[in-house]
Design a protein around this ligand. Structure first.
Ligand code: NAG
Length: 325
């Protein structure tokens, strides 16, 4: 009996010491608007650089700190050269695309969602310009897939100073259907601190259940935080009525991690866990610039099947890595 217990203790100790761990931040500077995809043994991390699209890859989260980095796209076209934000790597219909925001050098009025097309592998293919996705001002574009159909969600300006989420069905991986519909508006108090903002949408899937996470309030405040929309499970996803908007934020500032937002969800290497990658800043009044760092945290699930994002861990805390690393 004693021997068995000893053996079990030894085994669990072994497991603990062999499991991969990591500490936040994964990227200390220029870690804004992070997006992670795990594919074929590697994590691919992208964040806002303001100048180009670059992929960093590594086999562990900790490894992303020093992972290989490759610039995959820069543009000299004056209308989309600059203010390059919020890049996201997505595989759509078997091909890898990077959706991103870019505009001119002078101001932010020209910000549009664009896309470059890669190949069958995120790292090996060349990326080439594939088009402007949003006609009007539009940032933080992302792809949502429901029932085998693709939808584009982005942050739009249906009227001045009213940054909302717009949605349209995609007619191809690089084009959206004409016209758009409003998916969410900054109507709740927690979405309106500093300025009314909904942005940074990102899909969260679990089995047949679908949510969209997004960021509310202005980034130069500590009220920049995450909310969730829940797809009701049936009906046209471009109809607002087929979504339920949570009344409260789901991931907010905590001591030392201010303005926790603009996240993405990714799956652990073994597909068993969902993770939240987000940015935050050590500056209490918030940051919209390169002072934001990238951090990750596992998503927990409540008994009723809803996601629990918890609170950002203090940076420097050693955390267990995603399962399957
Ligand atoms: C999906 O949700 C269930 C709870 O309903 C949870 O146990 C499971 O871990 C989740 N799957 C992933 C990949 O997060």
């Amino acid at each position: 009996m004693h021997l068995l217990r000893l053996l079990l203790t030894a085994l669990s100790l072994l497991q603990i010491t062999s499991a991969a761990t990591f500490t936040n931040p994964l990227r200390a500077r220029d870690g804004s608007d992070p997006h992670i995809v795990h594919h074929d043994g590697f994590y691919y991390l992208m964040t806002t650089t303001w100048t180009d699209l670059r992929l960093t890859r590594a086999k562990t989260l900790e490894g992303l700190k020093t992972g290989e980095t490759k610039v995959v796209w820069t543009d000299t076209n004056a209308a989309r050269c600059c203010n390059v934000w919020a890049p996201e790597l997505h595989r759509v219909d078997g091909v890898w695309y990077i959706y991103y925001t870019a505009g001119n050098r002078q101001n932010l009025d020209g910000q549009r969602s664009h896309v470059v097309r890669g190949g069958a592998h995120p790292w090996d293919g060349q990326y080439s310009y594939a088009g402007q996705v949003t006609l009007d001002w539009g940032i933080d574009g992302t792809v949502l897939t429901i029932g085998g159909k693709n939808y584009f969600i982005w942050s739009c300006l249906p009227r001045p100073q009213w940054q909302s989420l717009c949605i349209a069905a995609m007619t191809s991986p690089t084009k959206i259907q004409a016209g758009w519909k409003l998916l969410s508006e900054p109507e709740l108090a927690w979405e309106r601190v500093g300025s009314p903002v909904n942005e940074g949408a990102t899909a969260l899937y679990n089995g047949t259940r679908v949510w969209v996470g997004y960021s509310g309030s202005y980034c130069w405040t500590d009220s920049y935080q995450l909310g969730l929309l829940r797809y009701k499970g049936t009906g046209d996803p471009t109809e607002k009525g087929n979504w339920e908007k949570g009344r409260e934020p789901v991931f907010s500032s905590s001591e030392g991690n201010w303005g926790t937002g603009h996240n993405a969800f990714f799956t652990s290497p073994d597909g068993r866990e969902t993770w939240n990658v987000y940015h935050a800043t050590t500056v209490r009044t918030g940051n919209c610039d390169g002072n934001r760092y990238t951090a990750a945290k596992r998503v927990e699930w409540r008994a009723d099947g809803t996601p629990d994002l918890g609170r950002a861990e203090r940076t420097g805390t050693r955390l267990l890595g995603p399962s399957g690393e």
